[in-house]
Design a protein around this ligand. Sequence first.
Ligand SMILES: Cc1cc2nc3c(=O)[nH]c(=O)nc-3n(C[C@H](O)[C@H](O)[C@H](O)COP(=O)(O)OP(=O)(O)OC[C@H]3O[C@@H](n4cnc5c(N)ncnc54)[C@H](O)[C@@H]3O)c2cc1C
Length: 471
Amino acid sequence: MEQSVITRVGEGLSAGRDSATQYDPRYDPLVSPGPGHGKQYAPTYWAATAGTPPPDDGPITKDIDVDVAIIGAGYTGLATALCLAREHGIKAVVLEANKTSWGCSSRNGGQGQNASGRLSRSQWIERWGKDVALKMHDEIQEGFDNFKSLVAEIDCDPQPGGHFLIAHRPRMMDKLAAEAKVWKDVFGYPSELIDQATLRREYVNDCEAAGALHEPEGIGIHALKLAYGYLRLAREAGARVHPASPVIGWETINGIHHLRTPGGIVRARSVGIATGAYTAPDLHPSLTSRVMPILSNSMVTRPLTQQEIAACNFRTTQVLTDTRTLRFYYRFLPDNRLQIGSRSAITGADAPNPRHYELLIEGMGRKFPALRGVQIDYSWWGWVDVSHDMMPRVCQPDPKQSVFYALGYGGNGVSYSQQAGRRLAERIAGKGSKQMLPIFTSPLPGHPFAPFRRIGQRMLYQLYFRRDEKP
Ligand SMILES: Cc1cc2nc3c(=O)[nH]c(=O)nc-3n(C[C@H](O)[C@H](O)[C@H](O)COP(=O)(O)OP(=O)(O)OC[C@H]3O[C@@H](n4cnc5c(N)ncnc54)[C@H](O)[C@@H]3O)c2cc1C
């Protein structure tokens, strides 16, 4: 029997629930005062299937003094707390506005890739030169290896084997070949170019695909089970994690940070900010207009029939992305569903507009015509933290202040966020002096026309769309 369609506009609201804690589909980090207080998860496939959450430490209920407070309990905040406890003997307190990993970490596509930020390896060389690019590759690879170790500790439905970067047009095959050559010649990173017929026959019958580049690193995971695993490990190591405890005021008195939450003031010697795209405009001056929140839409179909699976030839369960700038990311899930995501609205107010949903449906139908009209069981969206130079930062923006942050992964944070947490923990513990890469030594850049960024984004989306869809 067909399961009922989850509301297309991603509302997921249930009658009678306290309206203050209801999920707000129109939330927009650039205009909302903050991410909320004790809000429900977005109506994601992950939230519906993650099972019982592990215990947490409940909301803050009184004033407390701590050595280290981390703001945000997504992958970054939880990984920071875990590394602080395991590797530096520091038992941090994590403050989360809503439920654990309510932001990106419960809404993503679950694609752990050997990457971070939006730049390719050849773009690293253009930006920083070969020597720095090589060190960056080592950092990302080390992060991916650490990610694999953590995934092995956590029950999060891993789908390993690598990543297919799928050419959505024949003209993209030359670009993939050029990138593969740089990977091999400069970085010693192996990959394989796969022609159209082999891809469609052996791996997946994506009807737009002209071929693909396959890299050996890449793991699909259950997004919220991974977060729950981080939560459990962090608490077992001695961290405390407080949901429904948004930081709504911040004063620094004699070097001590007074973080005001609805239940009490947390006085901390050091603060790590791990709020991703959900950073309120006035949380801390070092982050004002430093991150551009970009919406991404995601959906999951009902379990597919054997005929549909055969028509799409889903022989691989590895993670898939295509070569569009406004890219699609997709994967055949362990319970025979398809997850697929791509661009969304510009503003939170426009996010529930059905045309963004229709765009994703249409994209799915072009790739997999057999799935046209298939029931969508889950539909949601979330804000991605894109930095103005397309690369993340883990840094201490002002050496005179014991304030640190890690964010700006640009939609590539599932794996690197735990390494960023590790680096953030080193910095907070006073052991970050060997971190010499540009992503560690400079703060997130600002934007000269910050109030007008969305006008620019709108124009860029039109340009990218025309360029992407050209035959
Ligand atoms: C739809 C979507 C699809 C994605 N797909 C992928 C993918 O397939 N692969 C990939 O690598 N990356 C993907 N990403 C990006 C990835 O999810 C993130 O990079 C990663 O989860 C980063 O986690 P984080 O901990 O830095 O931030 P988040 O998980 O967003 O956590 C930040 C937390 O801070 C909390 N917070 C904010 N302000 C306050 C405050 N004042 N007080 C207390 N708490 C506060 C928020 O409530 C939030 O829970 C996707 C993102 C989205 C939105």
